[in-house]
Design a protein around this ligand. Structure first.
Ligand code: AMP
Ligand code: TRP
Length: 330
């Protein structure tokens, strides 16, 4: 039997996880668990690259880990752990930082977006070197496949380039990873402004659907979702509002573009929004039920994360030993 390809992915505990996280990432991790050898990481050290509150960070971390299990990440089939529980991540991040040309980091669009104008003087150096920590996450586990949403593609490509550069400089140490991005759902947009992606650091509560939102709140947010004045319901890149709603429908209903357009021909936005609210609530309700059960039993979650950290650390320690050897640090 050949070993299954290794998958690694991460998610930041920096706020309430949302429908974009679920459709762009978590759901795909869950559905592909049998195809891969899986490592999923709650990346708390990435969350501290911007201003944060330590008490909230701890609460967010537990909420996110429990939600991942509730979404279907199965601790028997996947190693689920917290980044800061495995010290090798920061050690490798430094070694990779010393191997990364400044120019590569300066080209990262996420850093450029978050450090516009005078902000550049104030943002942390950690925000700048964020992609080298992410590369360390990936490369520590001989990862082949990195399933992410569209916004992380450039970072995964940097990890791939860094692995190749490192192997060229110091010998064949790292597996070279590939980003895997699903066609549908890889970029869920904000409901209040469909030109901005749905994100945890939202300006208004109407931008995102939280995974813990009630059916009523979900219906209300879809009802208020920004569309346009054209009225007919078709996929159209120039009409991001209605296209975003149809895309969300597609991820959950599995209908093709043509089937969806036929379904809503001659109908109004109100119908689409109502149906979407029902579809999303239906998908989230069982997740919320499992989440509540898990929060009532904190020891189970502690055990899952402790087991995950031990498993991850065993792999990471081996990689680090090869890295130190190759770099002349031993
Ligand atoms: P983050 O919340 O930034 O840690 O992202 C965790 C995962 O969710 C990554 O794979 C992201 O690419 C994905 N993701 C975040 N926001 C969205 C979005 N609006 N649409 C699709 N995927 C997303
Ligand atoms: N930076 C990613 C995000 O914001 C999260 C992340 C950290 C990650 N390390 C990773 C994703 C490694 C994939 C692989 O979404």
């Amino acid at each position: 039997m050949t070993a299954k390809p290794r998958v690694f992915s991460g998610i930041k505990p920096s706020g309430d996880p949302h429908l974009g996280n679920y459709l762009g990432a978590i759901r795909n991790w869950v559905n592909d668990q049998d195809r891969y050898d899986n490592f999923f990481c709650v990346v708390d050290q990435h969350a501290i690259t911007v201003a944060y509150d330590p008490v909230n960070l701890r609460a967010n971390l537990r909420q996110l880990a429990a939600l991942l299990v509730a979404c279907g990440i199965d601790p028997d089939r996947s190693c689920l752990f917290v980044q800061s529980h495995v010290a090798e991540h920061t050690e490798l991040a430094w070694l990779l930082t010393c191997t990364t040309p400044m120019g590569w980091l300066e080209r990262m669009t996420q850093f450029k977006d978050k450090s516009v104008g005078g902000q550049r003087e104030r943002v942390s150096a950690g925000l700048f070197t964020y992609p080298t920590l992410m590369a360390a996450d990936i490369l520590l586990y001989d990862t082949l496949v990195v399933p992410v949403g569209e916004d992380q593609k450039q970072h995964v490509e940097l990890a791939r380039d860094l692995a190749a550069r490192f192997n060229h400089l110091y010998g064949d140490v790292f597996t070279v990873p590939e980003p895997v991005i699903r066609e549908v759902g890889a970029r869920v947009m904000g409901l209040d402004d469909p030109t901005k992606k749905m994100s945890k650091s939202d300006e208004g509560a109407n931008r995102t659907i939280g995974l813990l939102d009630t059916p009523k709140a979900i219906q209300k947010k879809f009802a208020r979702a920004v569309t346009d004045s054209e009225g007919h319901i078709v996929f159209d890149d120039n009409r991001p509002g209605v296209t975003n709603l149809l895309t969300i429908h597609q991820t959950l209903s599995g209908l093709t573009k043509a089937e969806l357009e036929a379904r809503f021909a001659g109908r109004g936005y109100g119908d689409l929004k109502k149906e979407l609210g029902e579809l999303v609530a239906e998908a989230l309700t069982p997740i919320q039920q499992r989440y509540i059960e898990l929060t009532e039993d904190p020891r189970t979650l502690d055990q899952i994360l402790a087991d995950g950290a031990a498993r991850a650390q065993a792999v990471a320690a081996q990689t680090m030993s090869r890295v130190r050897q190759a770099m002349g640090l031993r």
